[in-house]
Design a protein around this ligand. Sequence first.
Ligand SMILES: Nc1ncnc2c1ncn2[C@@H]1O[C@H](COP(=O)(O)OP(=O)(O)O)[C@@H](O)[C@H]1O
Ligand SMILES: [Mg+2]
Length: 279
Amino acid sequence: MNILQCEKVTKTYKMGQTTVTALDGVDLAVEKGEFVAVVGASGSGKSTLLHMLGGVDRPTSGTIKIEDTDISTLSEKQLSVFRRRKVGLIYQFYNLIPTLDVRQNILLPVLLDGQKPDEESFRELADTLGLTDRLHHLPAQLSGGQQQRAAIGRALIYRPAVLLADEPTGNLDRKNSGEIMALLKLSNKRYHQTVVLITHDEKIALEADRIILIEDGKIVSQGKNSPGPKSCSDNKNIPDGKAVSDGKAVPDGKNASNGKTVSDRKNAPGRSAEGGNAL
Ligand SMILES: Nc1ncnc2c1ncn2[C@@H]1O[C@H](COP(=O)(O)OP(=O)(O)O)[C@@H](O)[C@H]1O
Ligand SMILES: [Mg+2]
């Protein structure tokens, strides 16, 4: 089943006398549960495509369907509600609200909807993200990796139809990049979360189900990656099998966040970095 489909999508920007064609007749279908990587040179149209797919901006022409909704038929107000509930967006620079703490940032889509948060699933999500002991910190009081984890929490709080990520590891070091990728892949593999990820990291792209290559606003290839065991949940990006958190291992080997030993975690799916049903 296609969860996302776009046909003949074109986006042009008028810049004075000149017109920039950022997207030029893009056809794309993404199945539910697919993990798709988007690659291409700088300026090729990757971010523009993601913005169109997420309803952040509207195409000049063409149609985009998410689940059964043609998003071009929605008013601005309907689109913003749809976006909040159905699309999770993650950016390179996190885009957290600086005056809200981690808990409020993660719950923002729910609070904007005037809903009461489900505290139990929130706690599980925070634990999976390794942010339980940072919930009342402001973004400026967090490391880059922690900020991105909070942004992932916000993107996933509604279990969106699609998670769209624009170079989410572009501002992080290798260790933090690995942890962020492990979380995205965990949500995809274990919870069937559909993910479209822009990356310039070839290694990351090769772990996707499919790589879409964009050149000058056109998709020029979208080959399937060869099937085989994905490394989504084998935790190879997480040193020592520790939680995706900085709930540091305390001296007796227990993890600060829930008291499970590090070695317990390795073989205990369903918790923290390796599991939890929060994502
Ligand atoms: N808001 C905008 N106004 C004018 N031109 C834009 C705008 N956004 C993007 N572009 C142009 O569209 C093209 C694609 O940009 P973008 O999607 O950001 O590329 P990428 O993410 O692949 O680096 C570029 O030539 C860029 O300069
Ligand atoms: Mg870009």
